[in-house]
Design a protein around this ligand. Structure first.
Ligand SMILES: Cc1cc2nc3c(=O)[nH]c(=O)nc-3n(C[C@H](O)[C@H](O)[C@H](O)COP(=O)(O)O)c2cc1C
Length: 369
């Protein structure tokens, strides 16, 4: 049904326009009480056995919306209504910015993938903080706030920009994510090097603690799949050393491996980050590597190419307490969250594990023994 609709309507539209259209419908539906209750009952039924705890936060389940879909925190209830157990808003930058020139989002339909070079288009930390402060939540959910560097800010001054966002946003965040892995802000990914990452994460941690004194805001870092294995290990060790709460693996990739046979080669050549099915293997590999390194000392969040419940289950077995998705939502539509939850509940029931928490990392533990 959705596939037909996608082919007839969305596929004929510019991808970014289609995104805003769908977004408008979701936000509208979430504003109508009877409709949103009905939609949530159908698309977001609760499975008690999938309840998850991550960095001290209790969630309805492990499956969240990855950053980039709701950059300005305008559709938290709408996305919650569609079955996402946590919503990561952003990336929000210190100052508002319009992002890269359009066209900047491309669909590689045959490869079930997207390429984007949005470039952190967002309203900026002050406006987003104001919106979050004024928000009256309809559905109880977990809101993560993903922060990044304003493009015009020099790499050397990055920490101050992240700190500015932290001071404005931490009070409204259930958890904070330092994004140093988007390929569309020049120089951003250099911040993943431990010499840069250590002072940056330390400054953000201190800013969060200074701003929010009544609780400790969990702090995570989101990394790129293009890091060399040794660099993945180095970030893992740093995260443990600094007492970080989690690592999100992974962002989009600049690689184009295995593409171009099915999708238009001209599209494959577009600059930007590739997401969706082609990212699956590397994201899973990075996650397993991280879990082998940090075990249960840090919470891992698996993202990249998750298309179905089996993919989500494999991430959990590899070491993810939480999983997230974005691209497959574009191709699979509003029933996606429901299908993931149903499939995860079935897999848990058929597994030797009594709880999801027990399943976390089980495969990686077996492999490293
Ligand atoms: C159009 C688009 C915009 C994105 N914007 C952001 C962003 O602002 N910040 C971020 O951390 N990740 C961003 N991402 C990356 C996703 O959060 C996710 O890490 C990546 O797409 C891999 O997951 P997927 O294969 O399920 O899409 C974006 C992805 C897409 C497709």
């Amino acid at each position: 049904m959705y596939k037909l609709f996608f082919n007839l309507v969305f596929k004929r539209m510019d991808p970014e326009q289609a995104h805003y259209l769908a977004f408008r419908w979701i936000r509208l539906a979430a504003r109508i009480p009877v409709l949103r209750t009905f939609v949530a009952a159908v698309l977001a039924p609760r499975h008690e056995e999938l309840r998850t705890e991550a960095f001290g936060l209790r969630m309805h389940g492990p499956f969240g919306l990855a950053a980039g879909f709701d950059k300005n925190a305008v559709a938290i209830d709408g996305m919650s209504m569609l079955g996402f157990d946590h919503i990561e808003i952003g990336t929000v930058t210190g100052e508002a910015q319009s992002g890269n020139p359009k066209k900047r989002l491309f669909r590689l339909v045959q490869d079930r993938a997207l390429i984007n070079r949005m470039g952190f288009n967002n309203e900026g930390s002050a406006a987003v903080a104001e919106r979050l402060a004024a928000r009256r939540a309809v559905f109880r959910t977990t809101v993560g706030v993903n922060i990044g560097k304003t493009k015009v800010v020099a790499e050397a001054d990055a920490a101050a920009d992240y700190v500015k966002s932290t001071e404005r946003l931490a009070a409204h965040a259930d958890y904070l994510v330092v994004n140093v892995s988007s390929p569309n802000t020049p120089g951003l990914r250099n911040l993943q090097a431990t010499e840069s990452l250590r002072p940056l994460l330390t400054a953000v941690r201190e800013a969060a603690d200074r701003t929010v004194t009544e609780r400790r805001v969990p702090l995570l870092v989101k990394i790129a799949p293009d890091l060399a294995d040794e660099d993945v290990d180095a970030v893992a060790d740093l995260a443990v050393e600094l007492g970080l709460d989690g690592i999100i693996a992974t962002n989009t990739t600049i690689a184009r491996e295995g593409l171009g046979l099915k999708s238009d080669p001209a599209l494959v050549k577009e600059t930007g980050g590739l997401s969706g099915a082609p990212l699956k293997e590397r994201s899973l590999e990075v996650l397993s590597r991280l879990y082998a390194r940090v075990g249960d000392s840090i919470t891992l969040v698996g993202v990249g190419g998750i298309e179905n419940a089996e993919d989500a289950w494999q991430r959990i077995l590899a070491g993810a307490t939480l999983v997230q998705g974005y691209s497959a939502f574009i191709y699979q539509g509003p029933f996606w969250g429901r299908a993931i939850h149903k499939g995860l509940a079935a897999r848990l029931a058929a597994s030797p594990y009594a709880t999801l928490a027990e399943a976390v990392g089980a495969e990686t533990r077996k492999a490293v023994k």
